[in-house]
Design a binder for this molecule. Structure first.
Ligand code: KG4
Ligand code: ZN
Length: 344
């Protein structure tokens, strides 16, 4: 096999069209195009997302190849997200990846989006020559818009979900609470920004009692709804007057719920290599709180740089690299899988 393995990664599972080029585990380019078309609807509209992917996929791939200074004939393989995600969106990235791989007669690699989020920790940018990687086995808390998972990572390609949300994901909780507060989609970054000016201990919300390593966030959304309704009865502009502290208190609750499980699973498994990934790992309070816990519990804590938290193709390219090393190639007939349960 070549010394330098060059992989084009394609990610189109939700509302970001992204292409990245890696050389081994180094990221040469990572281009992400968001989709503003959903802003007026308060959430991602699947049909609009598919159409926007169709418009963006060719220019985004072109830009990634140009930035990486790589021609398509230099590619060793094409990796793409097969799922989980929106079926129409996955189809656009998947069809493009298949066409390119077949046309160039190079291997095609299918990537599970959630495994990609975990392996984002092994994507290294040029300026990070001394980047430290988590040692195996490690625990990764993956917190995104659609999933909340505790993953036991034994090696690059051997990982097991040992806990997950039984209902809403953590990102979904941020987004739904933001909607109740009249904030635009996606709500997570909005709450993060507004919370910085608030008092996180001003309002208390209950923590769900979920046994084991699983999570639940739908109760929090309901208790915030009743809390807002009750307060608005007495004070109609309650939200406007207290927005910063409501955001800070809700954010603090979500972060504590996540952190409690992370602490308990790390004690149970006696593992102090801890990583976080997914869109919610961009949250400044989660990053701050876990950094404090890492000092207390002597964890080696791995927090991705911001562009590797939210959806990106760098994580897909790097997952593709590790799968290629193990000869885990996809059949060109492979279909997108909106649910894609499991990990590999
Ligand atoms: O991983 P991701 O980009 O897409 C999915 O795979 O779902 O995660 C998107 C989620 C959204 O729910 C968004 O509100 C949340 O990540 N998010 C944040 C922050 N940035 C993105 N949540 C809290 N604080 C943030 N700073
Ligand atoms: Zn994601």
């Amino acid at each position: 096999m070549n010394e330098n393995i060059i992989v084009l990664g394609i990610e189109s599972s939700c509302d970001d069209t992204s292409a990245a080029v890696s050389c081994n585990d180094n990221i040469l380019a990572n281009v992400v195009a968001g989709q503003s078309v959903h802003a007026d609807y308060g959430g991602v509209v699947p049909e609009l997302a598919s159409r926007a992917h169709l418009q963006k996929i060719v220019p985004v791939v072109d830009q990634a190849l140009r930035q990486a200074n790589v021609s398509k004939n230099d590619l060793s393989a094409v990796a793409f997200t097969t799922g989980p995600g929106l079926l129409g969106s996955l189809l656009v990235g998947g069809s493009f990846a298949k066409g390119l791989a077949v046309g160039l007669n190079i291997p095609l690699i299918s990537v599970n989006h959630m495994q990609g989020h975990v392996l984002a920790h092994f994507a290294r940018f040029t300026e990070e020559s001394d980047k430290k990687y988590p040692a195996f086995p490690f625990i990764c808390l993956t917190v995104s818009g659609g999933h909340t998972q505790l993953v036991l990572v034994r090696s690059h390609l051997n990982m097991e979900i040992i806990g997950e949300s039984l209902d809403d994901a953590a990102g979904e909780a941020f987004d739904k609470v933001a909607k109740l507060l009249g904030l635009p989609y996606p709500g997570g970054p909005q709450i993060d920004r507004l919370a910085a000016k608030g008092d996180k201990l001003k309002y208390l919300f209950p923590h769900p009692r979920v046994p084991g390593n699983n999570f639940s966030f739908s109760g929090l959304k309901t208790s915030v709804l009743y809390f807002l309704q009750n307060n608005q009865l007495a004070e109609p502009d309650f939200i406007e007057q207290n927005l910063y502290s409501i955001c800070a208190s809700v954010q603090h609750t979500i972060v504590e719920i996540l952190a409690e499980k992370l602490v308990s699973v790390s004690k149970e498994l006696k593992i102090n290599q801890i990583a976080i990934s997914g869109g919610v790992s961009a949250n400044s309070e989660l990053r701050r709180h876990l950094t404090a816990l890492a000092a207390e519990y002597k964890w080696d804590l791995f927090i991705p740089r911001l562009e590797l938290c939210t959806d990106n193709a760098a994580m897909v390219a790097v997952t593709g690299y590790y799968k290629l090393l193990e000869g885990q190639l996809a059949n060109p007939e492979v279909s997108p899988d909106a649910r894609f349960s499991g990990m590999v």
